[in-house]
Design a protein around this ligand. Structure first.
Ligand SMILES: [Zn+2]
Length: 844
């Protein structure tokens, strides 16, 4: 074929392509908003757009969900920019100073707007809006939107949480009649447990941006950090009676947020307001949704230099496809998606109007991050542990693009996070250093700050997440930069000297990797013991909890035992040590009864209406995805004597268990525990057991004293004012703060820990110490153990001198009380071993 012919064919193809762009209504075969669109049809629509307008739209699959649904990004740009997306992306990374090629950036670059839809699966209008939005961006008849592409690139993630969305949509479509019913009390407005909000493992993906514990987030953040958009919008829904919320956000703002980030939020908000005013739609700004906790879809982008925002439409799962609201008006799915469409389009418009400034300020943000970083310290030195917490921390830093290095054995001085004192210290092999003069300095400061500085205590979420406490790794804050080295150090050795005839194999119990190893060998049927006391072999120390796999109990494996142990050790990322004799140098011998047999427990985890889906999901994810140990998930209503007969450990996540008010069920549970069963009760499950005479007692607060004081009025200023009624709860409020817990680490529940642990405390519950003979006080707070975060004055007063983690022996069984959640959002890394102890070691 000659060139002219090819050219004509190309023209024809693109002309046909253009004429084929279908609106969502045409493509789906129903009016958008008249029913819910399942995820695969949204995917098909985006594919259609990419095929119909290939010169403006690139579609990329960036991963798959737990249930196998595709995660997509659509890049929409002018024809010219669409052909050079990769160079725009690279230039943007150079502007941020994070490109590896270190080339100078071009200042004249397009602004990048990233729109994220449907992070909460049952806030369903937003993915419907995503279809209308992309259509109007490429619709040849819409000349207005084409203008913006001269200086703006748009990235659309049509659905961050496809599994959650389809859970809701498939359920809704299965219960709705031929006509939707707008009465809010009917079935289609009340979705069943666990609801479509979270992902497959019931995690809230809008709390996971920084921690990246979930698959969807891990895939997405790789793409996010490859692009670093200048504006990011996270689309949500709230109660269907609420008006629309858009930027600017509410206080507290984190102090690292720049004046430009505040200012541009206001410009964007005013532009949104213009369209809402035109139509007379209700909206609000500056209230309720704050910018503080770093793991939201607005804050994380903000700490990455973007204008990060949350938009909230009234709706959610209780809105169904149409609902009568408190004003007597009917709110339809179309209304909801059209509002989201309007703000999305308005945000692109205003960004395009200020594209030059947006790019310039983005560059300034990163320049300042490197040259004049804020925050309390110039450098952070994190001491390595023997276990895998430091490995996990390094992974967290890498995932967030935070630069770190190994420290060069140096004598330094700095503020010790754990002792709160300035100290001289020497770095050791494996310790790491993070200097704050780097592109991601704001994120470093937010993740490492010792004290969260709140501008307002009425916040939406936890107020403390300082990484040293979360990981339980001692850290120093330094007033000077520290040079480090990037040389890698060996981790797990693939080849331990082969000892196929060793007397036993020992594996240390010092982190999540130990539990993963234990799970792996137990699944193979290998018999395992654990040492209740430390011991020494050939000068090597083995702490309490060390696992021992003896040849004697595992004779059936003959010479393959070591091969299986090695396989498990590689899978878990932990070394094992062959022990040649049962006679140890110091401590109890391998054959002592201080070396306890671990019976592989049959574990049941309760799920259903009485159970917090978040709390349950964290535990399910722990077993299923992290240590890969089988867990029986049981509906709470199916729990009975027959189920109890089959299991060794029963886990009650945070929840409100009605069976504790049934005499017969309490008796069945007590009988089962007396016969050797173990209950692990978490958070409010502990509070409920305290009310039902299981043995643990809630510590009384000072409520009576307060009443007396109020009776005798001495200060007229203490009279409650009506306008403050929404803030009167604050003295009793604890959204999530950190307390130091003293540990009795001679008890198996605290094996693998030093003498303390840092807990995330999210309520005011504290318990009386167990009296001798009743139970073990394994984790408790002393008189002044508050560390950081916001805790209301009355709650702070109460959280003293009491028990948080305890074990009660009952007959041959035991009850493990965990008043705080050691698995919090799965990012509370230092709590996971505590939980593994409760499951595998306590009561064995
Ligand atoms: Zn939401």
């Amino acid at each position: 074929m000659n060139r002219t012919l090819i050219f004509i064919i190309c023209l024809l193809v693109s002309a046909i392509g253009r004429s084929q762009v279908q609106s969502p209504d045409q493509f789906l075969g129903y009016k958008l908003g008249s029913q819910y669109t399942p995820h695969f049809k949204i995917v098909n629509y985006f594919k259609h757009i990419a095929e119909a307008v290939p010169n403006m739209v690139k579609l990329e699959q960036y991963g798959e969900t737990n249930e196998g649904r595709p995660l997509l990004l659509a890049y929409i740009a002018s024809v010219e920019n669409a052909s050079r997306l990769e160079s725009i992306r690279m230039n943007n990374l150079r502007l941020a100073g994070v490109a590896l090629d270190k080339m100078a950036p071009q200042a004249d670059a397009p602004a990048i707007v990233w729109l994220s839809y449907n992070v909460h699966g049952n806030e369903t209008s937003s993915s419907e809006a995503a279809m209308l939005t992309i259509y109007e961006l490429v619709n040849p008849a819409n000349t207005r939107t084409k203008e913006w592409f001269k200086n703006t690139v748009v990235i659309i993630d049509p659905c961050i949480n496809p599994d959650g969305r389809d859970r809701y949509v498939n359920w809704f479509n299965s219960v709705v009649g031929r006509e939707t019913n707008p009465q809010p009390f009917v079935r289609e407005h009340n979705e069943p447990w666990p609801g479509g909000r979270p992902n497959h493992y019931y995690f809230d993906l809008n709390r996971d941006w920084a921690w990246q514990t979930q698959l969807e987030t891990q895939h997405r953040i790789i793409q996010y950090n490859k692009w670093l958009p200048h504006v990011h919008v996270d689309f949500h829904e709230q109660s269907y009676n609420a008006p629309y919320f858009f930027a600017p956000a509410a206080e507290p703002f984190h102090e690292v947020i720049t004046p430009w980030q505040r200012e541009f939020q206001t410009l964007i908000g005013r532009n949104n307001a213009r369209y809402f005013d035109e139509k007379g739609w209700l909206y609000f700004t500056k209230e309720r949704f704050d910018l503080f906790y770093p793991s939201y879809g607005d804050t994380y982008p903000t700490y990455k230099g973007a204008i990060g925002m949350t938009y909230e439409q009234g709706g959610g799962s209780r809105a169904g496809a149409a609902v009568i609201n408190q004003d007597g008006d009917t709110l339809t799915l179309w209304d909801r998606l059209y509002h989201h469409y309007t703000t999305g389009i308005a945000t692109i418009e205003i960004t395009s109007m200020h594209a030059g400034k947006a790019v310039q300020e983005f560059k300034k943000y990163y320049d300042k991050a490197r040259s004049a970083p804020g925050g309390e310290y110039k450098a952070y030195v994190v001491k390595a542990d023997e276990g895998d917490r430091i490995v996990r921390l390094k992974k967290l830093l890498d995932r967030n693009g935070i630069e770190w290095a190994y420290s060069n054995g140096a004598n330094l001085s700095g503020a010790n996070y754990f002792s709160s004192r300035n100290e001289n210290f020497k770095t050791a092999n494996g310790d790491i250093v993070i200097n704050s003069n780097q592109s991601n300095s704001n994120l470093v400061n937010v993740l490492f700050e010792r004290n969260s500085r709140l501008s307002d205590s009425a916040t939406y979420d936890i107020t403390a997440w300082s990484v040293p406490y979360v990981y339980g790794l001692n850290t120093y804050g330094l007033n000077n930069y520290v040079t480090g080295t990037t040389k890698t150090i060996a981790t797990v050795s693939a080849s331990v000297p082969s000892s196929p005839t060793a007397y036993a194999y020992a594996v240390k119990w010092n982190g999540l990797h130990s539990a993963r190893f234990l799970s792996e060998v137990m699944k193979k049927g290998i018999k395992v013991r654990y040492a209740e006391q430390p011991f020494y072999v050939k000068g090597k120390a083995f702490e309490k909890g060390t696992l021992l796999i003896t040849r004697t109990s595992n004779t059936s494996y003959n010479n393959t035992l070591e091969i299986l142990v090695r396989e498990a050790s590689l899978a878990a990322g932990i070394d094992y040590t062959p022990v040649e004799s049962g006679f140890v140098d110091k401590g109890f011998d391998v054959g002592s009864d201080k070396v306890r047999f671990i019976k592989a427990p049959a574990v049941a985890l309760l799920a259903g209406d009485d159970v917090s889906s978040l709390g349950m999901g964290e535990i399910w994810h722990f077993f299923d995805a992290q240590i890969k140990y089988p867990v029986h998930v049981v509906w709470v209503n199916d729990l009975n004597r027959n189920v109890l007969k089959e299991i060794d450990v029963l886990i009650l996540p945070d929840g409100n268990y009605r069976f504790f008010s049934e005499k017969s069920m309490n008796e069945a549970l007590k009988e089962w525990v007396n016969n050797g069963g173990r209950i692990i009760a978490i958070e409010s499950a502990v509070a409920q057991m305290s009310k039902n005479e299981w043995g643990i007692k809630l510590k009384e607060g000072d409520e009576k004293k307060d009443l007396k004081k109020d009776d005798k009025l001495e200060d007229y200023n203490s009279l409650r004012r009506y306008e403050n009624r929404e803030r009167d709860y604050i003295p009793n409020y604890n959204p999530g703060s950190i307390f130091k817990v003293e540990l009795d680490n001679s008890h198996p529940l605290a094996f693998g820990y030093s003498e303390y642990y840092y807990t995330i405390k999210q309520d005011g519950n504290i318990y009386e110490f167990f009296k001798e003979g009743i139970g073990w006080n394994v984790g408790y707070v002393k008189k002044d153990n508050f560390v950081t975060g916001f805790t209301g004055s009355k709650t702070k007063e109460k959280l003293k001198d009491g028990l948080l983690f305890g074990v009660q022996d009952m007959g041959r069984g035991s009850i493990i009380y965990l008043a705080d959640n050691p698995m919090f959002r799965s990012f509370w890394e230092n709590g996971k071993l505590l939980f593994a102890n409760a499951v595998f070691l306590v009561g064995q």
